[in-house]
Design a protein. Structure first.
Length: 129
C-alpha cells in the first residue's frame, strides 16, 4: 500500500517525528519553531497533524488527554515515494538525471561519492544477472 504524498509542511513534521519519536502537539510545535527560527502556533501544528492523521501519514494515540502522534510509514518508504514523484514530475522519470542534479547541486559529504559508486556497482551486478 502506498502512502499519501506529504506536503512540504507535512514533511517537516514527519522529519521531527522520525528523529524524536512519538510526540504531543506541544512538542511538535516547539521543534517546528526551533527548526524554522520563528514561532509556529499550536493551532497550526494541531491542524496539520489532524490533516496528516486523516490522510494516513501519522497515527494518533488517544489514550491520554494530550494525543501522541507518530509516523504511520517508515522514513525510507516516504523518501522513495517523494523521489519517485520528483523523478516523474520534474525529470520525466529519468532517475540518472535526478541523481546527477542532486550531486551537482551541493558539495557531497565525506563518503557519499564512495557510497554512490558502491550503489552503482551493485545495480550493475543486478543488471548482469
Amino acid at each position: 500500500m502506498s502512502a499519501p504524498r506529504p506536503t512540504e509542511s507535512e514533511l517537516s513534521i514527519l522529519g521531527i517525528l522520525w528523529e524524536h519519536g512519538p510526540l504531543r502537539v506541544r512538542e511538535v510545535t516547539e521543534h517546528l519553531s526551533r527548526d524554522k527560527g520563528e514561532e509556529v502556533g499550536y493551532t497550526t501544528a494541531l491542524k496539520l497533524l489532524q490533516i496528516m492523521h486523516e490522510k494516513g501519514l501519522v497515527t494518533r494515540d488517544e489514550s491520554q488527554r494530550s494525543h501522541v502522534y507518530k509516523p504511520a510509514h517508515a522514513q525510507r518508504k516516504i523518501q522513495k515515494q517523494v523521489i519517485r514523484s520528483v523523478a516523474d514530475r520534474i525529470f520525466g522519470g529519468a532517475t540518472a538525471e535526478l541523481a546527477m542534479q542532486a550531486f551537482s547541486a551541493r558539495k557531497a559529504k565525506p563518503g557519499e561519492i564512495q557510497q554512490m559508486r558502491e550503489l552503482l556497482d551493485k545495480l550493475e551486478r543486478k543488471q548482469e544477472k
